[in-house]
Design a protein. Structure first.
Lengths: 248, 258
């Protein structure tokens, strides 16, 4: 066996995979060639070390215990971070409070007076709005009087609705309801007898006459409370008539 | 002679035929007329306590309710063709008849009710078209509502809550105004007449925007004031315990001393 062939087969020889004859030839060569014998020794020692390291470190002795240890380490680190964060926030708060506490608040008399006026104005506005909202559900209340300057102002900025606006809103709702019932009546009308149809038309006509009269008056004088009330009442009658006939 | 005989012989069978034809026509019309004008009758009685409540919703026809001195409710009705179904229900002291609900979707003729109730009954009646008459009722409530047209007559009423409404037709109230009671009368077109005792005590809001004809009669006093160019009268009579609201959109309002 020459050196080249011997060096090529060293690792196979160390693994013990060579045939007996070749293995014998290798051993004979090592005894006569110092260089190859040294190479064989080096290879053998490297592989031996690797085997030892792998078996000791790659499999943990108790994987569950190891995981617990890792988890504890993570938790302790997270807690430490949180504690630091809280400490920082606490410090910021303490600094802010101490800054405010230690600072000298200086107000001029004019500032105090204007802040009092501001608070009084806001609270009175809120009271007005509250009263308005409280009295608004009373649907029978019609347009009664000219809105005050304050009411006009609040209505302009959309804080409250004037009686006029409330009334108009209500009328709009009534008209929407009337249109709904009108459509339903149209579908039912064919089932009525002639007497019923005539009576319905006659009565609807009487109501419509009144509605148009009141509407005309209100166009001339939107503050006419009696006409507003009567218009509301007539529209209510119309709605009731339509509703009841739609159920026949 | 010959001609006379032949005329007699010929004319007799013709007259006979004509008579038979005429009779059959008369019989045919008579039988049809019976069908057209036939009325079915309905009758039912209930034993009742004094404070019974009657609630009746009719589609068309007259309703007459009368108080009597018996602890019994007697319901009679004459039904025109096509005949309506009447199913009275008696629940917790209330007799309920809802002709509209019980005949929904089917064409029915007029149903005219004649009902007798104990004096202290409460009455809540309404009809689509037709007159409503209530008399001699002293219970807590009388409500008479006509969806379209018909007259309302409330005679000798002692209820503390009375309401009458119609669109076209007259309303006549002849009764008492109880202390703290609420009375409301509303019509679109017709006359509203109130006959009440002179000693009555109430707050009045009477509105007749179209005719502006509000006649207070004996109840006119300094406590009354005209509002809206005479379209409304507002005021107090006596201590003003009861509330009386009368609205007639296109008719007159008048008060008469009882």
């Amino acid at each position: 066996m020459n050196c080249e062939k011997c060096q090529n087969l060293i690792s196979v020889y160390i693994d013990g995979d060579l045939e007996a004859q070749e293995s014998q030839a290798m051993q004979t060569h090592f005894s006569v060639c110092a260089e190859c014998a040294k190479l064989h020794e080096d290879f053998a020692s490297i592989l031996g070390f690797c085997d030892k390291t792998f078996t000791e470190d790659s499999i943990p002795p108790n994987p569950q215990a190891l995981w617990c240890r890792i988890n504890n380490i993570i938790e302790s680190e997270t807690d430490a971070e949180l504690a630091t964060e809280e400490k920082k926030q606490e410090e910021v708060k303490r600094n802010l409070f101490s800054r405010i506490w230690n600072s000298k608040l200086q107000f001029y008399p004019s500032q105090i007076v204007s802040s009092f006026i501001g608070i009084a104005l806001i609270s009175s506005l809120l009271t007005v709005v509250g009263i308005k909202n409280f009295s608004a559900p009373n649907g029978d209340q019609a347009v009664t009087a000219e809105p005050t300057f304050l009411e006009k102002g609040l209505a302009k900025i959309g804080v409250i609705e004037t009686p006029q606006q409330i009334f108009e809103h209500k009328l709009k709702q009534r008209r929407a309801a009337i249109n709904y019932w009108k459509k339903r009546v149209e579908t039912r009308r064919t089932f009525w007898n002639s007497q019923m149809r005539e009576a319905f038309d006659r009565n609807l006509n009487v109501i419509d006459k009144s509605v148009s009269e009141y509407t005309e008056i209100l166009q001339e004088d939107p503050q006419d409370s009696i006409s507003s009330e009567m218009l509301d009442s007539a529209l209510n009658e119309k709605m009731e008539l339509l509703r009841e006939f739609s159920e026949l | 002679m010959m001609s006379f005989e032949s005329k007699n012989l010929f004319s007799f069978p013709v007259n006979k035929k004509a008579t038979i034809l005429l009779l059959s026509v008369v019989f045919f019309f008579a039988s049809n007329a019976h069908d057209v004008f036939a009325q079915k009758r309905f009758s039912k009685s209930y034993p009742a306590g004094e404070n019974i409540r009657l609630q009746l919703m009719n589609r068309s026809g007259t309703i007459t309710v009368e108080g009597w001195n018996k602890k019994q409710v007697q319901i009679s009705a004459s039904l025109e063709k096509p005949v309506a179904q009447i199913i009275p229900r008696y629940l917790n002291g209330t007799i309920l008849i809802n002709v509209i609900q019980d005949n929904k979707g089917s064409e029915i003729g007029d149903t005219n009710f004649d009902i007798k109730v104990p004096y202290y009954s409460s009455i809540d009646i309404e009809t689509g078209i037709g007159n409503l008459n209530v008399s001699n009722v002293q219970g807590g409530l009388v409500r008479a509502h006509i969806t379209t047209e018909g007259d309302i007559r409330l005679i000798n009423i002692g209820a503390s809550s009375v309401s009458a409404e119609n669109i076209i037709g007259d309303i006549f109230y002849d009764g008492f105004i109880q202390e703290g009671g609420i009375y409301s009368f509303r019509s679109m077109r017709g006359n509203i007449s109130m006959r009440i005792p002179f000693q009555s005590s109430f707050r009045l809001v009477a509105t007749a925007p179209s005719t502006r004809n509000i006649s207070l009669g004996s109840f006119a006093s300094a406590g009354m004031s005209l509002v809206g160019n005479g379209r409304r009268v507002v005021g107090k009579v006596g201590s003003g315990n009861a509330s009386l609201t009368v609205t007639n959109h296109r008719g007159n309002i008048s008060f008469i001393r009882r």
